[in-house]
Design a protein around this ligand. Structure first.
Ligand code: DQA
Length: 148
């Protein structure tokens, strides 16, 4: 199956951006690891980072045409602001897992609210880059269950 991984604004700077919150792993390293895992399991990974809300929205609109079965999304700062991204995910009705590198509940109060969590299959927050790998593992086991 095809799995879409979306990353929001400033995540292109992973590796150097506030390493105390986000660690030293780069987004390219995260992408490579996820692609290896997906390919080993016979799945296809689409990976996109954008600093622009509309690019992320359009990628979500495109997802059904690409036969995307699951989305893993770190909306970054849009987590706390974007009704539009939430609505896009609801519009395509593709199940998704929300991932945050940092523990958003241990930081500024405005990060505790997410426009995504109540409609996500699950949320992973605070486990660093490992969170993406854990999300992909959950996706792969769910896809395997769907086929049994
Ligand atoms: C983040 C948490 C957000 O609050 C922040 O705006 C980000 C990254 C995370 O992965 O921990 O850009 O989503």
């Amino acid at each position: 199956a095809t799995i879409l991984v979306l990353n929001g604004p400033n995540l292109n700077l992973l590796g150097t951006r506030e390493p105390g919150h986000y660690g030293q792993v780069t987004l390219a390293q995260i992408q490579r690891r996820l692609e290896e895992t997906a390919q080993a399991d016979g799945h296809r990974l689409l990976f996109l980072q954008s600093n622009a809300e509309h690019v992320l929205i359009e990628a979500i609109h495109q997802a059904p045409r690409d036969d995307v079965r699951y989305i893993i999304v770190n909306p970054a700062a849009f987590t706390h602001t974007s009704v539009a991204l939430r609505d896009a995910l609801l519009a395509v009705a593709i199940p998704f897992i929300e991932v945050h590198l940092s523990n958003v509940h241990a930081r500024e109060p405005f990060r505790a609210h997410s426009y995504f969590s109540d409609v996500a299959v699950g949320v992973i927050s605070g486990l660093g880059a490992e969170g993406y790998a854990l999300a992909l593992r959950a996706v792969l086991s769910r896809l395997a269950q769907d086929h049994s």
